[in-house]
Design a protein around this ligand. Sequence first.
Ligand code: NAP
Ligand code: ZN
Length: 404
Amino acid sequence: MSDSRTDHDHGPTMLSRRNVLKAGAVLAAAPLVGGIAGRAEAATKAPVASGAFNARAYGNASATGRLEPLQIKRRAVRPNDVLLDVLYCGICHSDIHQTRNEWSTLPTVYPCVPGHEIIGKVAAVGSAVTKFKVGDIGGVGCMVDSCGTCENCLADREQNCLNGASFTYNSRDRATGENTLGGYSERMVVSERFVIRVPPGADLAATAPLLCAGITTFSPLQHWKLSSRQRVGVIGLGGLGHMAVKLAAARKAEVTVFTTSPGKIADAQRLGAREAVLWSDTAAMKRLANRFDLLISTVPQAFPMQPFMDVLALDGTLVNVGALNQLEGGLVGMSMAFGRKSLAGSVIGGIAETQEVIDYCAARSIKADVELIRPEQLNQAYDRVVARDVRYRFVIDLTTGKNA
Ligand code: NAP
Ligand code: ZN
């Protein structure tokens, strides 16, 4: 796939929900307010927009439907909102699970517009916004809102909001009550509290994946306090996995990758792992018994966990971030008890921690390995992710026609 620009020549698709406009509707400019980036740098405070506006997006209408261009409605910019012209959006395997309705506990509302690794340029700000001005670069990850008052929100763990965080897509917009639509789109309106500052000079396309793949792997390293010389294993070398390797190597931990793909062994070492082993290599698995302080699994579906429990050291923890449906049985209680081993889960990270990983990576020049695609290549990219053929994150280039 190339990084050449899209000409945006698709006709919008007719889809039936309230927040998706009829085919052929004119793509209206936002009724603004701060003006468009590059033209109105001085307009850092803007009156609230009086109405919602249309935006081009890419999504699907059913679990088996292909991703297609469509027009969506974005809410009016409220006093605390930021309007972003989306420049880049990463493709997370969660986007694929959600568009294909693969999560039993989180059914998909259609049409679905995925995308939660979003980098945009601030085109306008609401009158009460203090964190951003027009022309700044902002990032949006997996959440766009939360209750803000429960004990978890107050402790900067909005991802664990007891009243349910509002996710960037397939969730309820707390302002409008409508289904949230994600970053595979030209424009977004997001509360400034959920927009991350992106430091000047950052490689924007390669920063986008940090907003999900980065924070989801950074957060467990922080929580379980991975320190230098400790041994960590990363199971699955895809988007999340390659970030886990880079982030663990940056802490000077000893990193081992567990992969199902012989072709990724050399890459694992280039990314910072000391070694990479195939799951099927029983001799290597035996050699590594009782070795790891921490394992992070990014495998997107249930898999036999006992072989990985066996390579954990005393007090070690296997953190599952990948498989979010029913897990496989087969764990042996005796083995976990005698080794005081734990199985844990973790979901993304809070907004403060997401800012932390963005700043941490900027300070150390840590970025994702990305392959840029045009929006019309989305379906092909999805097929390649499912086939474990991405090195290591696809990012949609939405900069065409924008002052990026
Ligand atoms: P990805 O790029 O597709 O990487 C997953 C990797 O897992 C693959 O590249 C492959 O690596 C390995 N794998 C092993 N068995 C597999 C199988 N049956 N099918 C596909 N891959 C398999 O996915 P990702 O974007 O990193 O996301 C990984 C999972 O994390 C997804 O399920 C996603 O929904 C979830 N997720 C969770 C959170 C959270 O907060 N908990 C956040 C984001 C994503 P090898 O080739 O090395 O074996
Ligand atoms: Zn994600």
